[in-house]
Design a protein around this ligand. Structure first.
Ligand SMILES: *[C@@H]1O[C@H](CO)[C@@H](O)[C@H](O)[C@H]1NC(C)=O
Ligand SMILES: *[C@@H]1O[C@H](CO)[C@@H](O)[C@H](O)[C@H]1NC(C)=O
Length: 456
């Protein structure tokens, strides 16, 4: 009975240990504090680029961080557009109307010629989207001039396209006086960094205005999202020389900046880059995770792609380091193997040398003992056997070594040039030859006698 109870207890314990273990394997716990870097597809410290399946899962469970929306108010004024017949310029107005960051009930198109501007913006889509309902037109006092303080009364936000550095000061003053909360100034291909700095300085001095200065390279025709882009310093104007940005993408980026709290007080540049640029894969990764354009632009302004690049470099460096360490280990292992073999061979050699030395010594003793007996009985020595052997050991060993070598068929010429030993060797050979001859002769004569016997 007790045994059964004990067995039962054991099974229960085993099962309850088992379950948490299985659960731990299945659950994929992550820190709830997810850095934007992680969201960009780089896992824990940038060591693993997350697989697609995991990225989708992560986006579904956590999603990108919501952006802090700038207080852009109910009325926005747009100036610097609607000057050419080549395009409608409706895109900007659509963006301002559609973007969930905004709640504009009035969009003012500040233009040179209201009749001309209206023609540009009375498309069917503008009518159906309701854009026309909130759109109003305001003519400039003089062609191409900036809106005055009076023009800006009741306006909460301003986007000024194609602004010259010289115009920013007046605009900043008018905006401040008219209590415009937000101003986004766009400078296309500014001549030099100083002009940008002056614009930034004028806007920072204007009280109560949250501003963003954006510089752009040459704007070319092109759709939104068609080209990867990078965010840089607004003053980095020299590098604009060989880059461009598609128009609709530029308009989108500018519009997003008006909606982002994180763009306040910043002076940035946007430029199109090639698909070779790391920005391409980074933007693709953001978009595949369901980033809205607002979230994406904020991430880019906050240096997301630069962090991504350094994480990639770090990852590559770590991999390189690991590879190096492994290479060093491999070399060490092969070296230690080599050494091991060398040691073994040296040991075997030493052992066989020791074995050979003993063999020679034994043979030498035999040779010397025989020699001693001959001398002793012919009374040529008065030494005792052991003493005779000790006294003649060196020569005895030479003789023994020579014999061994001869028996092995090895050369004995490397042995010391002891003439006596040479002679002894010759004698031995001569004696051996003599004996052979005698044997042959004996054999011949015996066969001769045999033939004789037969012939008889
Ligand atoms: C990516 O674009 C940035 C900014 O224009 C540039 O500094 C960088 O060298 C580019 N990288 C590559 C690999 O093209
Ligand atoms: C002993 O000595 C004599 C004279 O020196 C020599 O002729 C003889 O060969 C020697 N005998 C042996 C066995 O060495």
């Amino acid at each position: 009975m007790l045994l059964i109870l004990l067995t039962l207890l054991f099974v229960t314990t085993a099962t309850s240990f088992g379950i948490p273990k299985v659960t731990r394997v299945v659950s994929h716990q992550r820190s709830p504090l997810v850095s934007p870097l992680y969201m960009a597809g780089i896992d824990g410290g940038g060591l693993n680029i997350v697989e697609d399946e995991v990225s989708i899962l992560d986006a579904a469970t956590m999603g990108p961080k919501p952006v802090a929306v700038r207080n852009s108010g109910s009325t926005v004024l747009v100036c610097g557009l609607l000057k050419t017949k080549e395009r409608t310029d409706q895109t900007t107005f659509d963006f301002l109307k559609e973007n969930p960051s905004f709640a504009f009930s009035k969009i003012v198109a500040f233009c040179n010629d209201a009749a001309f501007a209206k023609k540009r913006l009375t498309s069917r889509s503008a009518r159906y989207s309701g854009l026309l309902d909130i759109l109003s037109f305001q003519e400039a006092a003089k062609p191409d001039c900036m809106p005055s303080k009076d023009d800006l009364v009741g306006v909460n936000s301003v986007i000024a396209y194609g602004v010259e550095a010289s115009e920013v000061k007046d605009l900043a003053k008018s905006a401040s006086e008219a209590k415009v909360g937000n101003v986004v100034v766009v400078m296309e291909k500014p001549e030099n960094a100083k002009k940008v700095k002056d614009a930034v300085s004028a806007l920072s001095k204007a009280g109560g205005v949250s501003f963003t200065v954006i510089t752009m390279p040459t704007i070319v025709d092109g759709a939104e999202g068609s080209t990867p882009y990078r965010v840089g310093e607004a003053t980095d104007v020299e590098s604009f020389a060989d880059c461009t940005i598609p128009r609709d993408e530029a308009l989108r980026l500018i519009t997003e900046c008006l909606g982002l709290e994180s763009a306040v007080g910043k002076a940035v540049s946007f430029r199109g880059v090639s698909t070779e640029n790391k920005s391409y894969e980074y933007l693709k990764s953001l978009r595949s995770k369901g980033y809205t354009r607002s979230q994406e632009v904020e991430n880019m302004i906050m240096g997301g792609v630069e962090k991504y690049e350094s994480a990639v470099v770090e990852k590559e460096q770590k991999e390189e380091e690991v590879a190096k360490v492994q290479e060093v280990k491999k070399v060490e292992i092969s070296k230690s193997r080599e050494q091991e073999i060398k040691d073994l061979m040296a040991k075997a050699k030493a052992e066989s040398a020791e074995f050979e030395r003993k063999q020679i010594e034994t043979d030498a003793r035999e040779i010397l003992a025989r020699e001693w007996r001959e001398q002793y009985f012919s009374r040529n020595t008065s030494l005792k056997e052991d003493d005779y052997i000790e006294e003649n050991m060196e020569r005895g060993m030479q003789d023994a070594l020579r014999m061994i070598k001869m028996m092995r068929g090895e050369s004995t010429s490397d042995m010391d040039d002891d003439d006596e030993l040479r002679d002894w060797e010759k004698e031995q050979i001569a004696e051996a030859e003599e004996a052979e001859k005698k044997l042959a002769a004996a054999a011949a004569s015996s066969s001769d006698s045999n033939t004789d016997e037969k012939s008889e």
